[in-house]
Design a binder for this molecule. Structure first.
Ligand code: SF4
Length: 328
């Protein structure tokens, strides 16, 4: 089924914060609104086409998000959905996990580590249904040509292997099936578990689910191997916080790369050349590249890459089994 596209300009409250690959005056980052939810970083690359390649869509993003459904400052999604909260650190990218800091210091919860319980949430499940209702009735998302993006797991890892997560994970999949007008972005640092935890009717993938893994440096590059063979409309890599070059990373089977330096107190520096190189790798391979920000204390700092905002989204491979959002 052909998906209709809505232009988000009419929903902007201010001039667009970005437009795919857009050249801007090289200074001011957009205002940080809160604690960083994910890292970011900057890089640049002198000469490149402003026209996205086939299979890649640019997105316009508002400078403010007043959409009723918005609940996140993460630049590459509209919403966050956490079926549960809590996790265990698995690699260097987890060292400054904002979710652990937030849950421990701000929420006073003891839900991190292998021996701590996970907390099954309540409200977020209702939020998802409200976003689905809004999407189904024509309220567009703000980033992705009108289709609402839902980052599933900003305070947890959907592929964590624990007996107490079997039931909530089954509920998560059921909720995803019940929300065909949303696009769920499932990101994990445990991609070796993804296949085991997919629902039985996954087949060639749900049209409304993107699968991703985080790769902060080449020490965990094998995560891409676990991901690239799994059928999905979009397979993506989160290269944030970028902690080292990924020049030797095999991007075969990957549709989208999000690149960003770490943010928050004690952030680790990144070399902008890493982002430039990844941008070039993506361009050479026809892969959508999204540059989030430089390494910085505040999120959304240094979002330009050599004076350009480069925030592209992929075009999902769809089977047509899930109804597409129809927006006039
Ligand atoms: S996998 Fe993600 S949520 Fe879990 S500790 Fe690492 S960074 Fe935090």
């Amino acid at each position: 089924m052909e998906r209709q596209v809505v232009h988000v300009e009419s929903h902007l409250l201010n001039p667009p914060r970005q437009s795919g690959t857009k050249r801007r005056s090289p200074q001011k980052p957009f205002a940080a609104r809160c604690v960083s939810e994910l890292g970011g970083n900057t890089s640049n690359h002198g000469h490149r086409s402003k026209t996205p390649r086939r299979g890649i869509r640019s997105a316009k993003e508002p400078s403010k998000r007043k959409n009723m459904a918005d609940n996140t400052i993460i630049a590459w999604t509209d919403h966050t959905f956490n079926p549960w909260m809590g996790c265990t650190k698995v690699s260097a990218g987890c060292a400054h996990c904002y979710a652990e800091t937030m849950s421990t210091n701000l929420m006073g919860k003891g839900i991190w580590g292998p021996n701590a319980p996970r907390e099954i949430t309540k409200g977020p499940w209702k939020n998802v249904k409200s976003w689905e209702k809004a999407a189904a009735t024509g309220t567009p998302g703000l980033l992705n040509n009108g289709r609402h993006l839902v980052f599933t797991g900003s305070m947890m890892d959907h592929a964590e292997d624990r007996p107490d997560l079997v039931e909530p994970r089954a509920r998560m999949w059921q909720t995803i099936r019940e929300c065909p007008h949303l696009w769920f972005q499932l990101l994990t640092k445990r991609p070796e578990n993804i296949v085991r935890f997919l629902p039985e009717d996954w087949g060639q993938g749900y049209d409304n689910v993107w699968l991703g893994t985080s790769i902060e440096d080449m020490r965990v590059a094998e995560r891409a191997d676990h991901l690239r063979g799994i059928p999905a409309p979009v397979r993506f890599i989160s290269y944030e916080p970028a902690l080292g070059p990924l020049n030797d990373l095999d991007l075969a089977g990957i549709d989208w790369v999000i690149c960003g330096g770490e943010s928050g107190s004690g952030y680790r520096e990144m070399d902008l050349q890493w982002a430039r190189d990844m941008r070039e790798k993506c361009e050479d391979a026809g892969i959508a590249f999204f540059f989030k920000q430089s390494a910085a204390k505040k999120t959304e700092t240094g979002i330009e890459l050599d004076g350009e905002i480069v925030r592209n989204f992929p075009n999902p491979r769809l089977s047509g089994t899930v109804p597409m959002m129809m927006v006039k």
